[in-house]
Design a protein around this ligand. Structure first.
Ligand code: HEM
Length: 230
């Protein structure tokens, strides 16, 4: 079972993600969008989306850096105070991401206007992301110094996948919550092309150097939204 979940499924997920993403991009590149719902509801979106994105992008950056430079990461975190600072920053960002995600989930379920345009894929994606963040925060809370053994045990496993020689012994005996975190991440990769998650593949980085664009509202947004809800 472990062999399939951690040695085979990651490849199925990656192939699905790459092939269907390319197919979808060629077929209908409009799908490559977060399909914003801001025009329908803005306040809850703000309180959900901002902490979610800042939290998750910081945590992902930490994962990526430790994946790319594991030895430098381990050497850096050898000083207890540095390790503590890294752990605290990750935990705070994990909590931010979790609370933002709960808000986004509530918004999709309970706001009548948003609920109408919400698909089963939207709900499945948010649920998988909730499991991912909750299990990550769980590891941080219940297993000490996860950032260090991520670099020394999980990274070698991920690298072994990358070189097509899966070495699952690295994680076979890890606690359940760690395995859940790892496996669920592959599930999320697998559903990328079916969901609005594709938007992060086309992050609008060119916004940093394009000329300013000024958006002017000719009416009161609050009034319009309230009128629609009556
Ligand atoms: C690369 C940088 C990213 C940018 C610029 C970005 C931007 C956005 C934008 C503009 C929205 C739409 C908000 C709206 O409805 O108006 C959105 C929604 C969303 N983003 Fe991102 N995003 C990024 C990365 C990510 C990542 C890495 C994840 C997940 C791991 C993610 C997950 C989501 C989800 C789940 C939603 C939908 C929320 C909802 O409507 O319920 N985003 N993002």
């Amino acid at each position: 079972m472990s062999q399939f979940l951690f040695g085979v499924f990651p490849y199925i997920a990656s192939v699905l993600a790459v092939v269907i993403t390319i197919y979808e991009y060629r077929r209908n590149s409009f799908h490559f969008s977060s399909i914003s719902s801001q025009f329908l509801e803005g306040r809850k979106l703000f309180w959900g989306s901002i902490p979610w994105h800042y939290g998750v992008l910081t945590v992902l950056l930490g994962h990526l850096l430790a994946f790319l430079f594991p030895s430098a990461y381990i050497a850096f975190a050898k000083v207890p105070m540095r390790l503590l600072i890294l752990e605290v920053i990750s935990l705070v960002c994990g909590f931010m991401a979790f609370l933002g995600l709960v808000m986004l989930f509530k918004r999709r379920m309970l706001d009548s206007r948003i609920n109408i345009i919400t698909t089963n894929f939207d709900i499945s994606l948010l649920l998988l992301l909730l499991i991912q963040v909750a299990s990550g925060v769980g590891v941080a809370l219940f297993y000490r110094w996860g950032s260090s053994w991520y670099a020394s045990a999980v990274v070698p496993y991920l690298r072994s996948l990358w070189v097509l020689d899966p070495e699952i012994s690295y994680i076979a005996n890890m606690p359940f919550v760690v395995k859940l975190h790892v496996f669920n991440s592959f599930l999320i990769v697998a559903i990328i092309p079916f969901t609005r998650l594709m938007h992060f593949l086309v992050a609008p980085v060119h916004y940093f150097w394009r000329p300013y664009q000024i958006v002017i509202w000719n009416w009161s947004r609050r009034k319009i939204r309230k009128a629609d809800q009556q």
